[in-house]
Design a protein around this ligand. Structure first.
Ligand code: GRF
Length: 209
């Protein structure tokens, strides 16, 4: 049984996609074992409660400013308590440190709402990503699931899916379409491949075997 820990800060629609994947049998031998948020009001916490998943809030402000290591350790304590084997960052909008990244090396994924390496890195989060995509005028965007490394949005890419820009797109419309057409599909695909031991990492390249 693969126990999954999901880190959220907001709506948690990607968390929901994983929960649904477990429920409908797409993700076999998988369980969402714990949800952690850095924000009390994250709707993802409600989704956890509705599905009887233990949920925790670990606030940055409860730690000394800049003490990322202690924050990481607090997250690790909870993840270990729930015997988590795969950590999913799903809209987790706070910086984590090397301690957490090393602990779950090749066992921690993130989803980003663009085709990395475009429109990613510092400052590219939430609606901002889609605003920049529309401003630039690219015709194709999408989503990327990747392993987490020390550098934001730069770890080995697991799956990407393209979404085409339409004339009447606004950042909000595009955000919704990228979620529906790409994010909710590829995140659970990546988890499935991981759970079946089918991801082989060679340097920065992930091969599906
Ligand atoms: C998603 O667009 C995800 O790609 C990004 O943050 C957003 C989270 O949305 N990292 P949700 O909380 O899963 O609904």
């Amino acid at each position: 049984m693969l126990k999954i820990g999901v880190l959220v800060s907001g709506g948690g629609s990607n968390l929901q996609a994983i929960i649904d994947g477990v429920k409908d049998g797409y993700l076999k031998d998988c369980e969402v074992a714990v949800v952690i948020s850095n924000v009390d009001s994250a709707y993802g916490l409600e989704r956890a409660k509705t599905n009887n998943i233990p949920a925790y809030v670990v606030r940055k402000k409860d730690f000394q400013k800049g003490d990322i290591e202690s924050y990481d350790k607090a997250l690790i304590d909870i993840l270990e308590k729930h015997e988590v084997g795969l950590v999913l960052m799903a809209g987790f909008l706070t910086i984590v440190g090397t301690t957490l990244v090393k602990k779950y090396e090749n066992r921690m994924m993130n989803i980003h709402p663009s085709l990395i390496p475009s429109f990613c890195g510092a400052g590219y989060y939430g609606l901002k990503v889609h605003e920049k995509v529309l401003e630039y005028g690219v015709k194709v965007t999408g989503a990327t699931v990747h392993f987490v490394t020390d550098e934001p949005d730069a770890g080995p890419i697991i799956i990407q899916k393209a979404v085409y820009i339409q004339n009447d797109d606004t950042p909000e419309i595009l955000q919704k379409r990228v979620m529906e057409e790409a994010e909710w599909i590829i995140y659970k695909e990546a988890v499935k491949l991981f759970s079946e031991n089918r991801l082989k990492i060679e340097g920065n390249v992930v091969k599906v075997i």
